[in-house]
Ligand binder design. Structure first.
Ligand code: EPU
Length: 422
């Protein structure tokens, strides 16, 4: 199992290029199930989760080729309508194949994802929506089986805003008969990106980017050539890195309109963020002068839960106390115990973290527990005194493309050690 060795305390400088968004790429890959032909997806990050989704599609009969940051997916020969446990258990986003499969083939069998490190994460709303569209859903031996001759348009109210739930239902509704309305739809940029791609494929989706999405079903869709949006969470992670190391970085290939809440909150901590012609100029305050800030995670356009761990790492060195409230997932503070091992002073009570800034963090052996928790350890390690060894970085490899290359290009002291103990 690979580990990362980081010696902190260096100021970084230079430019970093943000990769395509993992959470936009995954639903777009699943959307290729909706039609025959060859889709070309551009700006796809080279990540473990992308490989897993490729395996899910290949297992269904799709032919996939990788050309640099492009993926060609040919779905002419899709046969198998199943996403097996072996793949779904490694990546819950495999459930995104359920909606498109049942819409195109009238039946789908997808292993029910279990709980995960950050919460129970049920898919009841995905299933409720498909049932409203006329699918017959059964659960058998750990699998969800959905059947429908042809899905019918319906009005679906989601009592919780769900990102992959909205995406699954939008893909299913694109080929349903009649009009579907999704109320309290997720408004995340990744949902918007999928809707834009579906419209390019011939779907009729209105209300894109709002909480009420209207989909007029069509009989057929066609493949497209589509470039996905940059990763807003990777952008936020690099802003946090600049902030905690007092560095001056240019962050290229990012969408400012997708990170307004992140920018506002990180500015409060004393980071200067300005738009320049070729990217975002980010300047961290001198070490020891970061300010505390309070934050509550919310669905988009609020502050994303996927930035909560990095924010805690950042404010663990602020001059004062920050209160962080996690409202999306019930168990998303696994990084706190690891940050404490580096000297952070953080208390958790229910879903509230009280982060009392300390003067310095000290490098230590720590363990990654999920994707964003791992990112927070990288943020902290870059500012800590001495060496930090981060174990189990396969979590990081699921969502951050070439992170050690990007950081060492900026002058950071970071190396990957291959293999070794678990
Ligand atoms: N929920 C339900 N029932 C459902 C669906 C969701 O109760 O049927 C609950 C969840 O348990 C959670 C809340 O609704 O409490 C929101 O979950 P959501 O469905 O929006 O999350 P998701 O679609 O499973 C995506 C991202 C996550 C990100 C969340 C929240 C992808 C592939 N994953 O997950 O990304 O944290 O939205 O923004 O898009 C990550 O990249 O590290 C990551 C975990």
């Amino acid at each position: 199992m690979d580990r990362l060795l980081i010696t902190g305390g260096r100021q970084l400088s230079g430019a970093v290029e943000i990769s395509g968004a993992k959470n936009a790429a995954l639903p777009l890959m699943a959307s290729t199930i909706l039609c025959k032909g060859e889709t070309l997806l551009r700006n796809i990050p080279n990540l473990k989760d992308i490989k897993t989704m490729s395996e899910v599609l290949a297992n269904m009969g799709a032919a996939i080729t990788v050309e640099g940051s492009c993926l060609r997916i040919n779905t002419d020969t899709l046969l198998n309508k199943e996403a097996p446990y072996e793949l779904v258990k490694t990546m819950r986003a495999s459930v995104l194949t359920l909606g498109p499969m049942v819409a195109r083939f009238g039946c789908a069998k997808v292993s029910l994802p279990g709980g995960c490190a950050i919460g129970a994460r049920p898919i009841n709303l995905h299933l409720m929506g498909l049932e409203k569209m006329g699918a017959k859903i059964t659960l058998s031996k750990g699998y969800v089986v959905a059947k429908a001759k042809r899905l019918k348009g319906a009005t679906i109210f989601c009592d919780i805003s769900t990102v992959t739930g909205t995406e699954n239902l939008m893909m299913a509704a694109a080929l349903a008969k009649g009009r579907t309305i999704i109320e309290n739809a997720a408004r995340e940029p990744e949902v918007e990106d999928l809707a834009n791609a579906l419209n390019k494929m011939g779907a009729k989706i209105a209300g894109i980017g709002s909480s009420v999405i209207e989909i007029e079903g069509v009989d057929e869709l066609h493949p497209v050539d589509y470039a996905i949006i940059p990763d807003r969470i990777e952008t936020g992670t690099f802003i946090s890195i600049a902030g905690i190391t007092g560095s001056n970085l240019l962050i290229k290939n990012c969408r400012y309109d997708h990170i307004l809440a992140i920018v506002e909150k990180l500015r409060e901590t004393g980071i200067t963020i300005t738009q320049e012609e070729d990217g975002l100029r980010v300047i961290g305050p001198p070490p020891g002068t970061l300010r505390p800030a309070d934050v509550k995670t919310m669905p988009f356009p609020g502050f994303p839960t996927d930035m909560q761990a990095q924010f805690i790492a950042l404010t663990s060195l602020a001059a004062g106390t920050s209160i962080v409230k996690e409202t999306i997932f019930e168990n998303r503070y696994m990084h706190v115990a690891e940050l404490r091992r580096m000297g952070a002073n953080i208390e958790i009570e229910d879903n509230i973290a009280t982060v009392r800034g300390v003067e310095k963090l000290i490098g230590a052996p720590v363990m990654a527990t999920d994707l964003r928790a791992s990112a927070s350890l990288v943020v902290a390690a870059l500012a800590a005194e001495g060496e930090t060894v981060i174990d189990r970085i396969y979590h990081l490899d699921r969502g951050y493309e070439k992170i050690e290359d990007k950081i060492s290009n900026l002058g950071g002291n970071i190396t990957r050690v291959k293999g070794g103990r678990a």
